[in-house]
Design a protein around this ligand. Structure first.
Ligand code: MD3
Ligand code: FE
Length: 217
């Protein structure tokens, strides 16, 4: 008899929520793959560890980051950019595991984007209290490609506004297994994460893990 009450059940039904034009939440989309995905994250982190990058303004980010793929998103005093090499190791980033790219491509298709070939996966680790201020993702040359995000571990309140920082924001809780596809006019929307509340999750302990898949070329 197992004490894991869920593992033997059918995969949970995917619940689709339209957040805004071009932005769709696919609840539970990767839930059944959680352990496999977190194992891939652990193997990336062995090669390219999590680190707190410095913003161009000189602040250390509260979110720790690493990447896999052909490029990785980095920031330091020189600015934000995509880099072929991990500045910490001096080596290329590890590859994106096929399971991860397959799931990101399937999610993008569900969101109405059939042309997505992600070549970057930015991995964020939010410890308790870590946050991400309102920002736009605009370091990618071609914003016609969507961004696909996957959340695991502790829940977080995600804020999602419009094309101007001053636009009002909607709040939305992202929990383990949730995927969001951000495309169309939502691709350049301001967004952020409120400080992660103290808690414990059996798969990630004391943190939230977020993967964002991007196409940069
Ligand atoms: C909306 N990450 O890495 S995921 C980021 O939870 C980032 O770690 C947050 O914002 C996190 O840049 C939010 C949801 C998300 C990701 C990318 C977006 C929302 C987005 C791009 C455009 C619009
Ligand atoms: Fe972002």
């Amino acid at each position: 008899m197992t004490f894991d009450l869920f593992e033997h059940l059918e995969p949970p039904e995917v619940v689709r929520e339209e957040l805004a034009p071009g932005a769709v939440v696919l609840r539970h989309f990767v839930l059944q793959h959680t352990k496999a995905i977190l194992a891939q994250v652990a193997s990336v982190v062995e090669y390219s560890p999590f680190r707190h990058m410095t913003t161009p303004g000189g602040y250390d980010m509260s979110v720790a980051m690493t990447n896999c793929g052909d490029y990785g998103w980095v920031t330091d005093r020189q600015g934000y950019r995509y880099s072929r090499k991990d500045p910490l190791t001096g080596k290329p980033w590890p590859p994106i595991a096929p399971l991860l790219s397959q799931l990101a491509i399937e999610a993008a298709e569900q969101g109405g984007f059939s042309n997505f070939q992600p070549n970057v996966c930015l991995i964020n680790r939010h410890a308790i209290g870590a946050k991400m201020s309102l920002h736009q993702d605009k370091d990618e040359k071609n914003v016609n490609y969507p961004i696909v995000s996957m959340s695991f571990g502790l829940p977080a309140v995600f804020q999602f506004g419009g094309l101007f920082r001053s636009d009002s924001v909607q709040k939305c809780v992202l929990t383990q297994g949730d995927v969001v596809v951000w495309g169309g006019v939502s691709r350049l929307a301001y967004h952020g994460i409120l400080p992660v509340k103290a808690g414990y999750h059996s798969d990630t302990q004391d943190c939230r893990i977020n993967l964002t898949f991007r196409q940069v070329d």
